[in-house]
Design a binder for this molecule. Structure first.
Ligand code: 5AD
Ligand code: SF4
Length: 432
């Protein structure tokens, strides 16, 4: 059986696609890059904003002609957050979809695809399902994402994730270490740990700080990253490990959502700006180049001009290296969905534009701070069509483009002098 995958949304979804791929390949399936050659197409969807769902619905439709004109036996599987959220509707509206499978039921996919049943839902939550014993397919030969937590217990008032991914569950430490060792054995040197509130990790006596230390002891692992931490779950011990353990990269994606305490309260974020700035100040005083990125929602219900100004002020104070900035999208089933919005779409968009402009200027300034430095890059890939340039990342997650060299291949660690910036992009030359 030949399978094709398309993934939308976050890194957790990328991980899950790789998990499904490894289960299918164990049963003999092979992956193809062209959907027209596939016997099965898996579309792993996102629900976080309304637009993400619309995008996914449109994309599922793209595969219908393949089924109509090329392969009537093609099986289309819809997985991920939108499958969980709107599975019944998908089956009703899209009769060419065969299976909708929620995030806790992926083990069933091989049987569905190799079985006789034509259409089916698998949408149960399973509090125990952590995919213990599984290793996601290694898509990238030098870097692997590894989920250590599934689901979320936070219930931020705007967020659909807890409803579509279920309550939080932490994977056993021993199983995480097994998957990391497995990846390291195949040449992976960089690990990205994933979870909705990844730094709240616990398993018996292990917490996130001790997990980081254990992973850093594994032979072959040189860089450890993680996403997304919650501002409230930075313990002193964790901050110490982040700063002192040389394998834990100086990079953090710490969602802000809003810079106004009133909004944070309304969002049920469980932290205030003092806590937030406390974490940032600790990291940046240890290393002024510590890469900090964030998520921000503008135009949340009830956000006043003053609240929004506080968000802008927080962005100026933190000096983010980069930010994902979203316009609030009311999600049915969430607490804030019930509240009447006062801001118009235009007002929300205007705020978003101001925020993006501010952040763009800051991103440029932060990147300029790297000029003149010689850094170790993990080489990722060619960055130009003619292979004349390559792209690598510094420990603090800055992308650097450099002229290709016959002796350098993806996965290598090289020394690079950063000597130019074009647009936002840093450029450098190899130091041999
Ligand atoms: N509207 C807009 N953005 C949202 N996010 C989550 N829910 C919503 C929503 N209803 C954003 C948050 C989160 C990121 C993954 O998506 O900023 O951190
Ligand atoms: Fe990821 Fe959330 Fe989107 Fe699900 S809804 S794919 S958890 S961002």
């Amino acid at each position: 059986m030949k399978y094709y995958t398309a993934t939308y949304g976050c890194q957790m979804n990328e991980y899950d696609t790789a998990l499904i791929a490894s289960m299918l390949e164990r049963d003999g399936a092979i992956s193809v890059d062209n959907p027209e050659e596939a016997d099965a197409i898996i579309v792993n969807t996102c629900s976080v904003r309304e637009k993400a769902e619309e995008t996914a619905i449109t994309h599922i439709g793209v595969y219908k002609p393949i089924k109509d004109d090329i392969n009537p036996n093609l099986k289309i599987v819809v997985t991920g957050c939108m499958a969980q959220n709107r599975g019944h509707e998908i089956m009703r509206r899209l009769p060419y979809v065969n299976y909708v499978v929620g995030p806790d039921q992926y083990r069933k996919i091989p049987n569905l695809l190799f079985g006789k049943q034509k259409r089916r839902y698998e949408l149960e939550f399973d509090r125990e399902e952590n995919y213990v014993g599984e290793s996601a397919k290694i898509v990238n030969p030098y870097s692997a994402q590894i989920a250590i937590q599934r689901g979320c217990n936070k219930r931020c008032s705007y967020c659909i994730v807890p409803y579509v991914r279920g309550p939080e569950k932490y994977r056993e430490c021993s199983d995480i270490l097994r998957e990391v060792k497995d990846a390291a054995g195949r040449g992976v040197t960089e690990i990205m740990l994933l979870g909705q509130t990844v730094n709240a990790y616990k398993d018996g006596n292990e917490d996130f700080a001790s997990l980081l230390n254990r992973i850093s002891d594994i032979d072959g692992i040189r860089r450890i990253r993680f996403t997304s931490p919650h501002p409230r779950h930075y313990t002193d011990e964790l901050l110490r490990v982040l700063i002192e353990n040389p394998k834990v990269c100086h990079q953090a994606h710490i969602p802000l959502q809003s810079g106004s305490n009133a909004m944070l309260k309304k969002m049920r974020r469980q932290h205030d700006m003092d806590t937030y700035f406390g974490v940032i100040d600790t990291l940046r005083s240890a290393d002024p180049l510590y890469h900090i990125s964030t998520d921000i929602i503008c135009g949340f219900v009830g956000e006043t001009d003053e609240d929004f100004e506080q968000t802008l002020e927080a962005v100026r104070r933190v000096q983010y290296d980069t930010a994902f900035m979203f316009i609030y999208s009311p999600r049915e089933g969430t607490e804030s969905f019930k509240e009447t919005e006062i801001l118009t779409e235009e007002q929300k968009k205007a705020r978003h534009t101001r925020l993006v402009e501010l952040q763009n200027a800051i991103t440029l300034e932060r990147n300029k701070l790297m000029l003149g430095r010689t850094e170790t890059l993990l080489v990722e890939r060619s960055s130009s069509k003619d292979d004349s340039e390559m792209l690598g990342r510094t420990d603090n997650y800055k992308k650097v483009i450099f002229p290709a060299d016959a002796s350098v291949k993806p996965g290598d660690y090289v020394q690079c002098k950063i000597d130019d910036i074009r647009g936002w992009t840093l450029r450098g030359t190899l130091v041999k």
